[in-house]
Design a protein around this ligand. Structure first.
Ligand SMILES: [Zn+2]
Ligand SMILES: [Zn+2]
Length: 432
C-alpha cells in the first residue's frame, strides 16, 4: 500500500467520524465499543428532538400568548417583549376569560365527535337534514333579526315576527340580542379600530374567534357606554330574551335539537345531541364569525375601497346572505344587505320579503340605484358589475369629484347618517 493510499483512508476515516467520536461504517472498533457509540448517537438524537420540541412549544406558547392573551394590548410581533403598560388582570377577569375558553374548547371537542359520526355514516339522513334546517333557522335569526332588524333598523317587524326572530336568534347561541346589537353598532361605528370588538387589523384569528376568548380592548370599553341602546330597552321582546337568555338557549339550542330526532325518527340520543346540537351550533357560529374575518379581508370592494369589508359570496351562502359586506358597511340600513336581489344567495331577504307579504315586516328600506352608483363612483374600486355611468339617471364621471362620505354609521337610527342617504332612501311596504 502506498503512503498516499494510507493517508487518504486515514482522512476518510476521520471524515466519517460522528460528532460523538464514533466511527461510521467500517472501523477497527470492537463490537461493544461500537454499541456504546450508537447508544451515544441515539442519546444525542433524542436530546436534539427534545430540544426542538422545547423550542417549538415555547414558540407556540408565545404565539398563543400574543394571539389569545387575556391582555388586550397588541404587541408589534409575536416575539416582541411585553409592552410596559401591560394590564394586571383581576381574579374575576381571569376566571371569566378562562370559563369562556373552556366553553369554547368543550363545544369544539363535542362538535368534532359529531363530525366523526357524520363521516363514519353513523347518523340518520333525517338528523342531518334536521340539523341543516335548525342551522338555517338560527342563521336567519341572526341575519334578519339581531343584525338587519335590531342593529340597523333596516326594516320594522310586528310583534309575532319579532318573537319568531328572537327565538331563532337564541338557537344560534351568539350572545343575547341586546349584547349582539351593542357590539355590532360599535363594529360599524369604529370599524377595524381598537374600539371595534373584532378589529380585523389584528389578524384573521383574532377577528374570527380570538376576540371572543379574551378581554376586550380598553378602547372598546371606553366607547361601549356611548352606544344608544334606548330602542332596545324599549322593546320588551329584546329585554325578555336578555333576561331569560341562558335557560332559553339551553332548551332551544341543545335540549330540543337532541330530543326531536330521538323522539320522531328514533335517532340515538347521543348522536342526535352531537350532530343536531353541538356540530350544528359550532358550524353556524363559525359561519357568522367568517363575516368578521374573511369578509373583512378577502374579496372585492365595489362600493368603498377605503374600508376593509369586502364582497364575499362564500360567506354570503354560509350566513344566509350577510357576506355582501362592502355594500353593507357602505349602506348598513338596506334590508337586503346587498345591492342585487338574489334570493338563493340571500335567504334572509327571502324570509323578510315573505313576511312583508302578510304585513309582519314593513318599512323595508333600500338604496336606489342612483345612490349606489354615485357612491360606487366616488369610492368604489371599479369592480361593480353595474356600468359605472348610470345612463338612466344621467350621472357621469363628474361624480368622481364629489368627496367621499367618511362618517361611519350603524344604521337608520344613527343620527350621523348622511342627509342625502336618508332623503334618497326607498321604503317599501310603508307604514302610515
Ligand atoms: Zn363588518
Ligand atoms: Zn351590520
Amino acid at each position: 500500500m502506498s503512503p498516499n493510499a494510507t493517508d487518504s483512508s486515514t482522512i476518510l476515516r476521520e471524515e466519517r467520524k460522528m460528532p460523538n467520536g464514533c466511527a461510521n461504517g467500517w472501523s477497527s472498533m470492537s463490537d461493544s465499543a461500537e454499541e456504546q457509540c450508537w447508544k451515544g448517537q441515539a442519546f444525542l438524537k433524542i436530546n436534539e428532538i427534545v430540544g426542538m420540541v422545547k423550542y417549538y412549544s415555547l414558540r407556540a406558547y408565545i404565539i398563543f400568548w400574543h394571539e389569545l392573551s387575556m391582555n388586550p394590548r397588541v404587541r408589534s410581533s409575536p416575539f416582541s417583549p411585553p409592552p410596559a403598560d401591560e394590564l394586571v388582570l383581576s381574579a374575576d377577569e381571569i376566571f371569566s376569560t378562562r370559563r369562556r375558553r373552556l366553553f369554547f374548547t368543550s363545544i369544539h371537542l363535542l362538535a368534532l365527535a359529531g363530525l366523526y359520526f357524520c363521516v363514519t355514516g353513523q347518523v340518520k339522513l333525517y338528523t342531518v337534514l334536521f340539523a341543516l334546517a335548525v342551522g338555517i333557522m338560527s342563521s336567519i335569526g341572526v341575519t334578519a333579526g339581531s343584525h338587519r332588524l335590531w342593529s340597523h333598523h333596516a326594516y320594522k317587524a310586528k310583534l309575532p315576527l319579532r318573537i319568531i326572530l328572537a327565538l331563532f336568534q337564541t338557537v344560534g347561541v351568539q350572545y343575547s340580542i341586546y349584547n349582539w346589537v351593542r357590539d355590532h353598532r360599535l363594529h360599524h361605528k369604529y370599524t377595524d379600530t381598537d374600539a371595534d370588538p373584532h378589529n380585523s387589523n389584528r389578524g384573521f384569528f383574532y377577528s374570527h374567534v380570538g376576540w371572543a376568548l379574551m378581554l376586550p380592548h380598553p378602547a372598546f370599553e371606553s366607547k361601549v357606554s356611548s352606544v344608544d341602546m334606548t330602542d332596545m330597552e324599549s322593546d320588551w321582546v329584546v329585554m325578555w330574551q336578555y333576561k331569560l337568555y341562558a335557560p332559553l338557549a339551553a332548551v332551544l339550542s341543545y335540549v330540543l335539537p337532541t330530543v326531536v330526532p330521538w323522539w320522531l325518527w328514533g335517532e340515538d340520543l347521543l348522536v342526535a345531541h352531537l350532530v343536531a346540537a353541538q356540530l350544528r351550533q359550532v358550524l353556524t357560529l363559525h359561519s357568522t364569525f367568517l363575516i368578521n374575518s374573511a369578509a373583512h379581508m378577502w374579496g372585492l370592494k365595489p362600493y368603498d375601497k377605503n374600508i376593509n369589508p369586502t364582497e364575499n359570496m362564500f360567506v354570503s351562502v354560509a350566513t344566509c346572505g350577510d357576506g355582501w359586506h362592502n355594500y353593507h358597511h357602505t349602506f348598513p340600513w338596506d334590508y337586503k344587505n346587498a345591492e342585487l336581489l338574489d334570493y338563493k344567495l340571500n335567504l334572509s331577504t327571502l324570509f323578510i320579503d315573505a313576511f312583508s307579504l302578510i304585513g309582519w315586516a314593513y318599512d323595508l328600506k333600500t338604496v336606489p340605484a342612483e345612490l349606489v352608483n354615485k357612491r360606487a363612483l366616488r369610492t368604489g374600486d371599479g369592480t361593480r358589475k353595474q356600468p359605472a355611468t348610470d345612463s338612466a339617471t344621467g350621472h357621469g364621471d363628474d361624480l368622481k369629484t364629489v368627496p367621499a362620505a367618511c362618517t361611519n354609521v350603524y344604521g337608520w337610527s344613527d343620527t350621523d347618517m348622511p342627509d342625502e342617504d336618508r332623503r334618497m332612501a326607498q321604503i317599501y311596504k310603508k307604514s302610515d
